[in-house]
Design a protein around this ligand. Structure first.
Ligand code: GLU
Length: 425
C-alpha cells in the first residue's frame, strides 16, 4: 500500500485534478490531518466511465463518453451536478467531485461529493438528440445513482428539462415516480422554489458578508461577471436589485462593459433573443480576458475553471473575487491575490447556494411536503452566512486566505465523520 504522497506531480499543477489535490495537501499540512485520512480523501471512492450510444436526427448512431465520479460518502449520499460540455475530461470530473465533498461539508448538509459529465456539444444538438443522450446516460449510470446513494443535479449546460428526463428515466425503470433521485427539476415534478436562482443568491449573501467584513459600501459597488449562464445571469439580476452596479458581463462569445452601469434587464432580454450578451447596445465590447482585469470592486468568475492565473492575478483590480464557477483560480494566482489583500470567496463557499437548495429540494421530495420560497431563502441565508463566518474565523485563526479557511472547516468535518465510522472491514 502507498503510504506517502508523490509531490513531484503536484509542484506545477497541470490539470484541475492535480490542482484540487494540491489544495487538499496544503490544508492537510495546516490542520495536521492524519496521513491515513489524507490519503483516503485524496482519491475518489468510485469512478464510472460509460459509452453512451445515441440515435441522431439523421438516423446515424453516435457514441458519447460519460463519467460519474463519487468522491466521498462519509457524511451521507454523494451529491453533485452533471456537465454536458465538449471539454469534459475524467480528471475534471474527479476534481469537481472532490470539490462537492468540501462544499457540502462547508455548508453542513449531510452529503458527500460526486460529479458527472458527458463529452458533447449540447449547443450543436437538437432537443431530441439531447433527450436521447440524457436518457441513455441516466440508464448507464443508474447502477450507482439513487435518492439514498448519489443524487445528480444541473451543472454547465444542463437544465431543469434535462433533470426532468433523468427523473423520468430512472422512475420508469423502477416502475414508480422517484423525484428524489435528482435535483434542479422543474417545479411541476418536485422541484424546489428558489432552486433556479439559488447559486446566485448564495453568492450574493456571501459577497454582502465580505463587503461588510472589509468595510466596503454595497450601494453602487461595481461588479464584473464572467459567464452568463444560470449562475452569472441570476447573479447580475440579484446583485443589481441589491444596489450593486453591474459594469461588465460576458459569455463564451465575449462581453460588454459600461462604467456607468449596464441595464441588466436589457441584457437578459438581449441574451434570450440572440443567444449571447455580445452586441448589446448599452455598452462597449470587451473580451473575456479584459473583463477579468477591468476596473471593478467585485469580480465574479461564473464560467469555467482556470481563468485566474499567475499572469492576470497581478492585474486584477477587484477587492473581492467571488467564485460562482468551480475552480476558476489557480493555486499560484491564489497566493498573488492573497498577498495583494484581495479577498477570494472560494467556489466551495461562493457557489454553495446551489447545492444547499438542492438539499432542500431532496428533503421536500422525500417528505412530499413543499415549502414557501421565503422559507427557502431564509434557510439558505442562514447556511451561507454561517459558512462565511466559520470560513473567516479559520482564515483569521491560521493567518491564511479564505480558500484555506474554508477547506479547514470542510476537511475537518469530513475527517471527523471518517474517523467516527472507522475503516471497514
Ligand atoms: N452543479 C452545482 C455545483 O457545482 C450544483 C450541484 C447540486 O446541486 O447538487 O455545486
Amino acid at each position: 500500500m502507498t503510504t506517502s504522497i508523490d509531490r513531484s506531480a503536484v509542484q506545477a499543477p497541470q490539470s484541475v485534478w492535480e490542482m484540487a489535490q494540491q489544495q487538499l495537501d496544503d490544508v492537510a499540512r495546516l490542520i495536521g490531518l492524519s496521513e491515513g485520512i489524507h490519503l483516503f480523501l485524496r482519491v475518489p471512492k468510485r469512478v464510472l466511465e460509460v459509452s453512451v450510444p445515441v440515435r441522431m436526427d439523421d438516423g446515424r448512431i453516435r457514441i458519447y463518453t460519460g463519467y460519474r465520479v463519487q468522491h466521498n460518502m462519509s457524511r451521507g449520499p454523494s451529491k453533485g451536478g452533471i456537465r454536458f460540455h465538449p471539454d469534459v475530461t475524467l480528471d475534471e470530473v474527479k476534481a469537481l467531485a472532490m470539490w462537492m465533498t468540501w462544499k457540502c461539508a462547508l455548508v453542513n448538509i449531510p452529503f458527500g461529493g460526486a460529479k458527472g459529465g458527458v463529452i458533447c456539444d449540447p449547443k450543436a444538438m437538437s432537443m431530441q438528440e439531447l433527450e436521447n443522450l440524457t436518457r441513455r446516460f441516466t440508464t448507464e449510470i443508474s447502477i450507482i445513482i439513487g435518492p439514498e446513494k448519489d443524487i445528480p443535479a444541473p451543472d454547465v449546460y444542463t437544465t431543469p428539462q434535462i433533470m426532468a428526463w433523468i427523473m423520468d428515466t430512472y422512475s420508469m425503470q423502477k416502475g414508480y415516480s422517484i423525484p428524489g433521485v435528482v435535483t434542479g427539476k422543474p417545479i411541476a415534478i418536485g422541484g424546489s422554489l428558489g432552486r433556479d436562482k439559488a447559486t446566485a443568491r448564495g453568492c450574493l449573501y456571501v459577497v454582502d458578508e465580505a463587503m461588510q467584513t472589509m468595510k466596503l459600501p454595497i450601494e453602487g459597488a461595481r461588479v464584473a461577471i464572467q459567464g452568463f449562464g444560470n449562475a452569472g445571469m441570476h447573479a447580475a439580476t440579484l446583485m443589481a436589485e441589491r444596489g450593486y452596479r453591474i459594469v461588465a458581463v460576458s459569455d463564451s462569445r465575449g462581453g460588454v462593459i459600461n462604467a456607468k452601469g449596464l441595464d441588466v434587464r436589457g441584457i437578459v432580454a438581449h441574451k434570450q433573443e440572440t443567444g449571447s450578451v455580445v452586441g448589446f447596445a448599452g455598452g462597449d465590447a470587451i473580451t473575456n480576458k479584459e473583463l477579468l482585469e477591468c476596473d471593478c470592486d467585485v469580480l465574479v468568475p461564473a464560467a469555467l475553471e482556470k481563468v485566474i492565473t499567475a499572469q492576470n492575478a497581478p492585474k486584477i483590480r477587484a477587492k473581492v473575487v467571488a467564485e460562482a464557477a468551480n475552480g476558476p483560480t489557480l493555486p499560484e494566482a491564489d497566493a498573488i491575490l492573497h498577498e495583494r489583500g484581495i479577498m477570494v470567496l472560494p467556489d466551495i463557499l461562493a457557489n454553495a447556494g446551489g447545492v444547499t437548495v438542492s438539499y432542500f429540494e431532496w428533503v421536500q421530495d422525500l417528505q412530499e411536503n413543499f415549502w414557501e420560497e421565503d422559507e427557502i431563502n431564509a434557510r439558505l441565508k442562514q447556511k451561507m452566512t454561517r459558512a462565511f463566518r466559520e470560513t473567516h474565523e479559520q482564515a483569521e485563526r491560521h493567518g491564511v486566505d479564505m480558500r484555506t479557511g474554508a477547506y479547514a472547516v470542510a476537511v475537518e468535518r469530513v475527517a471527523e465523520a471518517t474517523k467516527l465510522r472507522g475503516l471497514y472491514p
